[in-house]
Design a protein around this ligand. Structure first.
Ligand SMILES: Cc1ncc(COP(=O)(O)O)c(C=O)c1O
Length: 368
């Protein structure tokens, strides 16, 4: 088997399929565009790393102006901290003695902010940090309509803030909310109105904190499907949008995110041609995710993914595509980058169409 090293310098078509093909030039342009949009609106950028799970990409984002990173799992935060990123929002609840012990260790090398929505998450962390002579920042996740985790706005959030403020070992850093239920609204006017209304709830909560003498330096929100609207909302201090550095069919066509290009693709090979209007490719559900949005075939409106089984992909071919034959290659655009990257071990990274680096998806499988 050819080693990754031997592949350096080759073009995307010279590598065996399927694999994750990352165009670093396009990704860098997306990073610059996202960082620039945040800067223009005086909002900090804390990009979510759950999609790329790679410390070098997080560092590239910091170099472009990001203040740190957002993580969905403690394991992701540990990887990024080991790679030198300090300011890490863990936008998830840390529960149980194993994780609390790891959080204490993480605090020794980084400055995490941990999301909470109940005093039962606060208490063990407060005790463990005190025992270690440390202090850890906490952010309250407020439910702004997503109906996932989160305190109810108003008095329940203030009550939890008081619980944090009175404890040692923890420091109240602010509030976050995720408007993830509004990303796919197709009417732009309605999408804008509903996102601003959801964020009003968050900013009003900050006002209540200040009126009660509670600190609230961070007001954090937004994902790739909403950040272009959320960064314009007064009172928001930072956004968590991350996955759009890769772009995908979900962000582009379901969330209608303009101005960013496809950096991540999956080259694939036609392995069977059982019928004139049907081709089978070597990429199925173990290569691509299809739940959130159907992957697309790059540059071809006349070829569509009909279905995926574990290791086969079935394509519908229009008459203009029926000259495709066994051995031909196509480039797929992920339906949803996050759940696609999580299936792979490595990014094959290209510049000017030449392989320059093979990067490990370091936190892949780190679900704890
Ligand atoms: C808390 C939180 N913030 C932000 C995001 C958005 O992430 P991305 O920009 O990678 O889509 C998500 C996505 O699920 C999330 O759960």
């Amino acid at each position: 088997m050819t080693s990754d090293r031997e592949l350096l310098g080759r073009s995307p078509d010279e590598l065996d399929t399927p694999y994750l093909c990352l165009d670093l030039d396009v990704m860098d342009a997306n990073i610059r565009a996202m960082a620039g949009a945040c800067k223009q609106n005086n909002v900090a950028w804390r990009p979510h790393a759950k999609g790329h799970k790679n410390s070098a990409i997080a560092q590239a984002q910091v170099a472009a102006g990001a203040i740190g990173a957002t993580c969905a799992k403690l394991g992701e935060a540990e990887v990024l901290a080991a790679g030198g990123v300090r300011d890490l929002l863990i936008a998830n609840m840390i529960v149980g003695p194993h994780k609390v012990r790891r959080l204490v260790e993480l605090r020794k090398i980084a400055d995490p902010v941990v999301a909470v929505d109940h005093v039962d998450q606060v208490e063990p962390i407060s005790r463990a940090m005190q025992d270690a002579g440390l202090q850890c920042r906490m952010i309250i996740e407020v439910d702004i309509g997503l109906a996932r985790v989160g305190t109810l706005p108003g008095e329940p959030t203030l009550a939890l803030a008081r619980e944090i403020a009175k404890r040692a070992g923890v420091e109240l850093a602010g509030i976050m909310g995720y408007e993830g239920h509004l990303l796919t609204l197709q009417d732009l006017d309605e999408k804008q109105k509903k996102i601003h209304a959801a964020l009003d709830v968050l900013v009003e909560t900050k006002r209540q904190f200040e009126a009660a003498g509670l600190p609230c330096p961070i007001v954090s929100c937004a994902g790739s499907g909403s950040y272009q609207i959320s960064i314009t909302h007064p009172g928001i201090t930072e956004v968590q949008a991350g996955g759009a550095i890769f772009m995908d069919a979900f962000y582009k066509h379901k969330c209608n995110v303009p101005g960013l290009e496809y950096a991540l693709t999956i080259p694939t090979t036609i392995v069977s041609r059982p019928a004139p209007d049907r081709a089978i490719i070597d990429a199925g559900r173990k290569t691509l995710n299809i739940e959130v949005a159907t992957p697309l075939v790059m540059g071809r409106d006349d070829v569509r993914i009909r279905s995926l089984s574990a290791e086969h992909g079935t394509l519908d071919l229009d008459p203009s595509a029926q000259n495709l034959k066994i051995g031909d290659r196509l480039r797929l655009i992920p339906g949803y980058e996050d759940l696609t990257v999580a299936l792979h071990d490595k990014f094959y990274c290209f510049r000017n169409n030449k392989l320059v680096e093979v990067r490990s998806i370091e936190a892949r499988g780190f679900v704890r």
